[in-house]
Design a protein around this ligand. Structure first.
Ligand code: MLT
Length: 395
């Protein structure tokens, strides 16, 4: 008789962002009210001109016999892997092109990488945490140790607070809190992983928002990381690819145990279970790394960071404790008057039409906080912050 994966019984009934989307559409259907979405980190600025030009040129190639492409290499075309390697080289990180794997985004790779590891591994996750790390391990019935993030550690938990860990997930700049690890702090994590024969899954999806060199953009800027880390990155937030879909994962050759190499295992996994990212999308991604592409991307990122600064300044005005926003599109703040996350979410939605993400959706340590994103337009961000300030002042 067929047996279902009973680990699914341990998951919440729906994924956090699907739950919010359902509540928002019910609210809109019943009230007809307009809402300002500052919940899921979905971008609003269009693709820049160099990316659009690359998409058009690649689409035209696909319409001619002489330049048409069918299946591509599952791990990505060399032109894009080399462009990514060039991007890392600018950060002082030398990578071989075959250590870079192109994918449809960081989320899928972060969940899929679990295939490479035995179920006996102990997983260490910060709390609050991006739900994908937690859920993808729960689906496999793995033992999860949570490391507490809180105001005392600025939501940047350190290795001193964990007992045991074989696989550690870190995200910096962090989703959901926007907090960023310094070089020294990341070095502590790398040293811990090396001492304990552990692997760090480093989510660098927000690296492009870093504006100060004291914060590393890649874990491979830290000495020793090649021997203990896998890095996931995405063009979703950097270059507006949430709809186009393209990311990359770096699996260094140094990650080996006996005769097994994680790089070879990931290649084997991807060639078996994945057919690669569309050619036209990979050409668009290549354009992101061109000089004009990087310049255009920077303009867009600065627009989002301007919103982020407005959000933090507005929260400061009403005395709401907050973090993030300086090197990140996420601002994490304490709900006014000690309100619970979902309670404040409902109040904001019903009385102001503003949608945030309840901190408790990211874990127990997120209770009493709300995350808002800087991805909306400046006008909408201004309008939303005006409403939030009014609510906070009248509570
Ligand atoms: C978020 O809002 O946390 C992100 O957009 C989710 C994601 O990138 O998958």
């Amino acid at each position: 008789m067929v047996k279902f994966n009973s680990n699914y019984k341990n998951l919440k009934p729906s994924y956090l962002f699907s739950d919010i989307a359902r509540r928002v559409s019910e609210h809109v259907a019943s009230t007809g009210a307009k809402v300002i979405r500052m919940d899921i980190g979905d971008v609003t600025q269009p693709l820049s001109a160099p990316i659009v030009d690359a998409l058009i040129a690649a689409s035209q190639e696909m319409g001619k016999v002489s330049t048409f492409r069918g299946y591509g290499p599952e791990q990505g075309y060399a032109f894009l892997r080399e462009a990514v390697a060039g991007y890392y080289a600018k950060m002082g990180v030398e990578l071989a092109a075959d250590e870079i794997f192109i994918s449809d985004g960081a989320k899928s790779d972060i969940a899929n990488i679990t295939d490479l590891f035995d179920n006996e591994n102990i997983i260490a996750l910060p709390d609050p945490v991006y739900p994908v790390y937690f859920d993808s391990n729960l689906m496999l019935g793995r033992k999860i140790n949570l490391i507490q993030g809180n105001r005392e550690n600025n939501f940047l938990p350190m290795p001193s607070s964990i007992a045991a860990a074989d696989i550690i997930y870190l995200c910096s700049p962090n989703n959901p809190t926007g907090a960023v690890y310094t070089r020294e702090q990341l070095k502590e994590w790398v040293d811990f992983a090396l001492e304990n024969n552990a692997i760090i899954m480093f989510d660098a999806a927000y690296e492009a928002f870093v504006r100060d060199n004291i914060y590393p953009r890649s874990i491979f800027e830290i000495e020793g990381a090649r021997k203990c880390a896998i890095e996931f990155c995405s063009l979703s937030k950097t270059a507006g690819f949430t709809g186009l879909r393209c990311g990359y994962t770096v699996v260094p050759h140094d990650l080996a145990s006996g005769s097994q190499s994680l790089n070879k295992m990931w290649l084997r996994r991807q060639t078996t279970k994945f057919n690669g990212v569309p050619y036209v999308v990979q050409r668009a991604a290549q354009a992101v790394f061109s000089q004009e592409g990087l310049r255009a991307t920077e303009d867009t990122l600065n627009k989002y960071l301007k919103n982020a600064h407005l959000i933090s300044a507005s929260l400061d005005e009403v005395g709401a404790w907050n973090t993030g926003g300086k090197h990140s599109p996420y601002i994490w703040f304490a709900c006014p008057k000690g309100m619970a996350s979902w309670e404040f979410f409902e109040l904001l939605l019903n009385s102001a039409g503003v949608v945030g993400t309840p901190g408790s959706g990211f874990g127990k340590c997120g209770e009493g906080y709300l995350r808002i994103t800087a991805f909306n337009s400046y006008e909408n961000t201004l309008a939303a912050m005006k409403k939030i300030k009014e609510i906070a002042a009248n509570l």
